[in-house]
Design a protein around this ligand. Structure first.
Ligand SMILES: [Fe+2]
Length: 261
């Protein structure tokens, strides 16, 4: 198997390239529009054929590259079946398997950050989008997000996976590359509190968690709603931006960078 973690500096987004060595079929998760030419160059260098491209959720902090990749490579666009992006070719249900030659990814419905967020499990690693980050969790105060859903998705789904599963999120603002469950439960400040509550069901811890989490959500409120909504609207079309110049977008999404977590 071939695995590459790519990084977009502007939006601090991780994009993942996965491919089989044998059939040379490739899959990309969470591509950023601005980087599409780089992905195509890399695919050529590695002699890979892109067959599928996935967005974990409708992003609010960068423009998705899935439509551009579809148009340039004829690959199939994939999202979870709760997505409002009706131009997506393949909508996968919870637990459905996405196949490319020699590689299987299991779709996991993990709402919370947004109501349509999915994670994708591949053997020893899970791509969590913004549901679970390295030192945080995705904000839940927009796009029908819900902190209770987030808690459920994390504790009753993601953390039920084998304990040595590696967590690869859609963002990290200090470029930490991935994390482990051990680190999440002991270092991630929100998760540490949530985990204590999970174990003890102690309401004092719950109150403390709600306070810390609410403050974090408030700290993200300075992101301009207009910028975020524009990103969301464009990404509901899979990132099709016909009538907006790249320069305008550049300004827009650099203002939204960091808005998700
Ligand atoms: Fe997000």
């Amino acid at each position: 198997m071939l695995f590459r973690q790519l990084f977009d500096q502007t939006s601090s987004t991780f994009t993942y390239l996965i491919a089989s060595k044998k059939g040379r079929e490739a899959l990309i998760i969470d591509p950023v529009l601005e980087k599409v030419e780089q992905y195509i160059k890399l695919l050529k260098e590695l002699d890979l054929k892109l067959v599928k491209v996935i967005d974990t959720h409708i992003h609010a902090d960068h423009i998705s590259g899935i439509a551009e990749l579809r148009d340039k490579t004829n690959c199939v666009t994939v999202m979870g079946d709760k997505t409002p992006a009706d131009v997506v070719a393949m909508r996968v249900a919870d637990e459905e398997i996405i196949k490319i030659d020699g590689i299987n990814l299991k779709a996991l419905y993990t709402p919370g950050h947004t109501s349509e967020s999915f994670s994708f499990l591949m053997k020893d690693r899970v791509f969590t989008g913004d549901t679970l980050l390295i030192r945080g969790t995705g904000r839940t105060d927009f796009q029908n997000g819900d902190p209770r859903d987030s808690y459920n998705s994390i504790f009753n789904k993601l953390l039920k996976l084998p304990e040595d599963t590696l967590v690869y999120p859609a963002h990290d603002y200090t470029e930490r590359r991935y994390t482990t469950y051990e680190e999440i439960l002991n270092i991630n400040p929100y998760m540490r509190l949530a985990y204590e509550y999970y174990k003890t069901k102690n309401n004092t811890i719950k109150d403390k968690f709600i306070k810390v989490f609410t403050e974090k959500e408030k700290s993200l409120a300075h992101f301009d709603e207009y910028d975020i909504n524009l990103c969301v609207d464009i990404n509901k079309m899979c990132g099709v931006v016909d009538d907006i110049s790249y320069e305008t977008l550049d300004q827009l999404w650099s203002k939204s960078s960091g808005a998700c977590g």
